[in-house]
Design a protein around this ligand. Structure first.
Ligand SMILES: *[C@@H]1O[C@H](CO)[C@@H](O)[C@H](O)[C@H]1NC(C)=O
Ligand SMILES: *[C@@H]1O[C@H](CO)[C@@H](O)[C@H](O)[C@H]1NC(C)=O
Ligand SMILES: *[C@@H]1O[C@H](CO)[C@@H](O)[C@H](O)[C@H]1NC(C)=O
Ligand SMILES: *[C@@H]1O[C@H](CO)[C@@H](O)[C@H](O)[C@H]1NC(C)=O
Ligand SMILES: *[C@@H]1O[C@H](CO)[C@@H](O)[C@H](O)[C@H]1NC(C)=O
Ligand SMILES: *[C@@H]1O[C@H](CO)[C@@H](O)[C@H](O)[C@H]1NC(C)=O
Ligand SMILES: [Fe+2]
Length: 457
């Protein structure tokens, strides 16, 4: 049982129509990238040692894992040895390696191998660097897909590689229950540097390895993954991202790595691409149109959508940038009763009430969000702590759809208890893990009629 300490502001009865703008103000220090010689970026010892090790789900149901890593000096082996006993890695998966050039940067040798036919709910040990410098890690597979298995996700967005990013990651790691990260986009912010200095993609990979090598991070592409720079002769969007981070998009019949879905335990997770076309007739539109009817809420009662650019955002940053996608897809989210939508992009935190804005038809003037129990809760969690700093300028007054907003860095935890209940908490970095700055019980509207979207006080 977790003790939840609630700030005084929450003692005020949360009504559906009044939002809270938290008065909490963090100390205003600069948000700088950690220098290349920082401890978190250290290169592992040994000849051609694998670095930047990361894993993600490798299929639709959670029986496969994609293991990725980089070797700096020569390709070396692309094989992963693995097994369920630490000292007996009796299985192997052969992967492939590649390399890419970006302006005057040449990447290391990037390896990807998919471990298939894994057993559910099982701890696996694995090793990379076979034949040279061997490094060992482990991961746990999810429980079998089904309605009543508990599962806990972490939520991180817009992380970057500043001292604040390191605080966010450390804070997240202190929650021992979280089993996988739903990452809502904007990874390294290498594009902040001249020529998109891709060495910052490498340092980011080394920084997050302490988490990404042990639990899957589910990737969403953000605008900082575009690396579209015609002035450098770089005209293929997402080049570093697609070379370094793979997604299991083919398993959900997607035709591009930027939009896809997975099932993990009791959850169905749909990842959308804010920076790929989504207008009518486009591949992403067609895919989502066919995808939503496939979700079987008896099998996966929780339907979660990830995207980078938020649809509901009341900060004066990226205001209305998500509007065009909202216009295309919001009615489907209401129709299929999506439970929650997580987005990043805005470097702050915000949670909406259950609202929709789908009645407008150009001539009827019905263009204001209204309470709607079929609609998702929209959460902006772009508060990982990157070099661009906090978004602290909010539109005033707080719109009635906005339940809670605060300009602090942090992360969130979504704890699915069973098919009817899930507990969501947001944790600002200034507090300990057990301190909750915002929280909500989600009751599943497919399985329980009585929804409670107010704060738990
Ligand atoms: C790439 O070009 C920049 C200047 O545009 C220079 O500072 C840097 O050293 C070059 N890097 C390599 C690997 O040549
Ligand atoms: C990052 O955080 C870790 C864990 O809290 C700590 O050991 C390390 O020294 C930090 N590094 C930097 C550069 O802040
Ligand atoms: C993908 O498409 C194939 C061929 O139409 C179909 O058999 C399969 O069930 C589809 N997979 C999913 C996850 O929808
Ligand atoms: C939905 O899932 C339930 C539980 O796994 C299963 O019994 C049922 O057959 C599925 N329905 C369809 C249409 O696949
Ligand atoms: C906040 O944003 C608004 C709208 O962009 C702008 O007019 C205002 O000057 C900003 N306030 C501050 C303090 O930056
Ligand atoms: C589901 O979880 C909630 C919250 O922990 C609990 O109150 C409820 O009894 C559980 N339902 C079942 C059927 O176990
Ligand atoms: Fe962004």
């Amino acid at each position: 049982m977790k003790f939840v300490i609630l700030m005084v502001v929450f003692v005020a009865v949360a009504s559906r129509c009044e939002g809270v703008t938290s008065k909490f103000r963090r100390k205003r220090e600069a948000t700088e990238d950690m220098p290349f010689d920082s401890d978190v970026f250290s290169v592992p010892d040994g000849y051609n040692a694998p670095q930047q090790v990361h894993i993600t789900q490798g299929d639709l149901n959670g029986n496969a894992v994609i293991v990725s890593w980089v070797t700096p000096t020569e390709p070396g082996s692309s094989t992963v040895l693995y097994g369920t006993t630490k000292d007996k890695l009796d299985k192997s998966a052969k992967g492939k390696h590649g390399q890419y050039k970006y302006y005057n940067y040449t990447s290391g040798f990037i390896h990807h191998a998919t471990l298939k036919h894994l057993k559910y709910d099982t701890k696996y040990y694995y090793a990379v660097g076979v034949g040279q410098t061997v490094r060992k890690f482990w991961f746990k597979t999810p429980p079998q897909v089904g309605p009543d298995v508990p599962y806990t996700f972490g939520l991180i967005g817009d992380l970057g590689q500043t001292y604040d990013s390191n605080r966010t990651l450390s804070h997240y790691e202190s929650n021992m229950d979280a089993e996988a990260v739903l990452f809502v986009g904007d990874l390294s912010y290498a594009d902040h540097y001249a020529d998109h200095d891709n060495r910052r993609w490498d340092s980011w990979g080394r920084f997050v390895e302490r988490s990404t090598a042990y639990q899957p991070w589910i990737w969403t592409a953000g605008n900082h993954e575009l690396d579209f720079a015609p002035e450098l002769g770089e005209t293929v969007p997402f080049k570093p991202f697609t070379n370094r981070y793979h997604t299991p998009y083919k398993a959900s019949n997607s035709t591009a790595p930027f939009w896809y879905s997975i099932k993990r335990g009791p959850a169905y997770i749909i990842v959308l691409a804010s920076y790929s076309a989504y207008g009518k007739y486009t591949p992403q539109y067609q895919w989502l149109n066919e995808e939503l009817p496939k979700v079987n809420r008896s099998e996966t009662p929780w339907l979660i959508v990830l995207m980078h650019s938020p649809w509901y955002n009341s900060y004066n940053y990226h205001y209305m940038e998500g509007e065009t996608m909202r216009v295309m897809f919001e009615k489907w989210f209401v129709q299929y009763k999506v439970d929650m939508v997580f987005a990043g992009h805005v470097h702050a935190y915000e949670r909406s009430h259950r609202i929709s804005n789908t009645a407008y038809n150009i001539i009827n003037e019905k263009c204001t969000p209204v309470p709607n129990q079929d609609a998702p809760v929209y959460i902006t969690i772009g508060d990982g702590g990157n070099i661009e700093g906090l978004a602290n300028n909010m539109t005033e007054p707080q719109p009635s759809y906005s339940a809670f907003r605060e300009a602090s860095f942090g992360h969130a935890i979504f704890e699915i208890k069973n098919k009817t209940h899930a507990y969501y908490t947001w944790h600002r970095n200034q507090d300990g893990e057990k301190v909750t700055a915002d929280s909500m019980w989600f009751t599943n509207r497919i399985w329980l009629r009585t929804d409670d979207s107010s704060n738990v006080v």
